[in-house]
Design a protein around this ligand. Sequence first.
Ligand code: EPZ
Length: 440
Amino acid sequence: MTPPFKKTEENQPILEIYGKSPLSGEVIISGAKNSALVIMAGALLCPQDCHLENVPSLADIEKMIQILESLGLKITRKGQTLEIDAKNITEVSAPYDLVSQMRASFFVIGPLLSRMGVANIPLPGGCAIGARPVDLHVRGLQAMGAEVMIEHGIARAYIKGNNKRLKGTKIYLDYPSVGATETLMMAATLADGETMIENAACEPEVIDLANFCIAMGAKIKGAGTSTIIISGVDSLGSVKYNIIPDRIEAGTFLVAGAITQSELSIYPIIPEHLASVIAKLEAIGSKVVVEDFNRVKILPAPLKATDIETLPFPGFPTDMQAQFMALLTLAEGNCVVTETVFENRMRHVAELQRMGANIRVKGNHAIIQGVPLLSGAPLIATDLRASAALVLAGLAAEGKTTIQCLQHLDRGYDDLEGKLKKLGAKLHRTTGVSETRALF
Ligand code: EPZ
């Protein structure tokens, strides 16, 4: 019996990449997606205006705007600036069709509950990289005095008692979850008393969110360490805030330089946000120079196989694993890439193998034997960072690579193609018939 094939579809957006063009020049990094999304949710905490600068142009940002508007917020976007007026929240239930498309929408539960005493948020559900449960978010809110029931795929949360206020408490996270740390830190800003979050995530985006909340008048200490202490206040006020540069976009362009053997300059960056990425690139043989504190330059060098293991920050970021795997397929020697954060984040392997990469997956390890070259091939993108990895591999491969399912890329990279073209890459977006593949 022939396996069922994905039906072909006409007029699908397809990215065509002609490999082996050397890159050169400087690329400007946009604001951090994973800061902007959670800070937008944090604007729900404040009954006055929030003015956000350096907000990237991404599909996920548009989705978050829709979700916040569905709750009654007034949002105006001017280029990289967002004006958010959360004076009147008219709805406490987020729409399923929007939340189900983007996990970050679940971030609204903490601020909405704190502000309104009630929040009904559909569970974001799993995605390409894993089940992505929200049990740590839910258990933390319950520890702060919220009733949270999961009914028909919706987390229904409300605060018991008359004063509708969460209570400060001590919370230990079983895993240093970025999202759970952010949800609970936001909820605690308006709680009655002090909240201590232990085994908190230390990612730069957590620090950015804390700085945003502090700018609104929140009392937060220890963000960026594994113990965060929040003293609840009665209300928060207007703020003008500038989002940090996107360390994952910056890391992706560093790999673009390494994989095409090009000299590239990347700006702005915050060097300490890229310490593990720069250390790994240097271990692989690249020369990386940090200039005038917020610019980094990568110089061409032969690539040497180097093991990688993803870990919570300050360890090597899981969001850079796919991009480094593309790079390591062309490195001299054998190495192992181990993914410890998500249970299903190796879906780019099958696509890289179609280009001639020599990779064997065993559990959460990918054993890579370097090959002298990759050849262009028709590829299907499966998730955001896998898409970036396929673009990078296409830039280095002989011949033409086509990538479909570009919706993943558009979620998390602000004009990646335009920025690559400015550096000399030969690629363009067209339409065509979708690639047919056996579904299993
Ligand atoms: C954030 O996701 C980022 N997304 C992810 O970036 C990033 O990969 C991840 O942090 C880790 O750094 C945003 O900030 C919008 P986690 P998040 O909670 O918060 C488990 C990208 O490509 N877990 O730290 O969802 C979970 O299953 C995206 O930009 C629970 O078990 O990540 C995972 O195995 C992808 N229960 C691990 O923790 C929970 O309640 C890490 O997840 C929460 C998480």
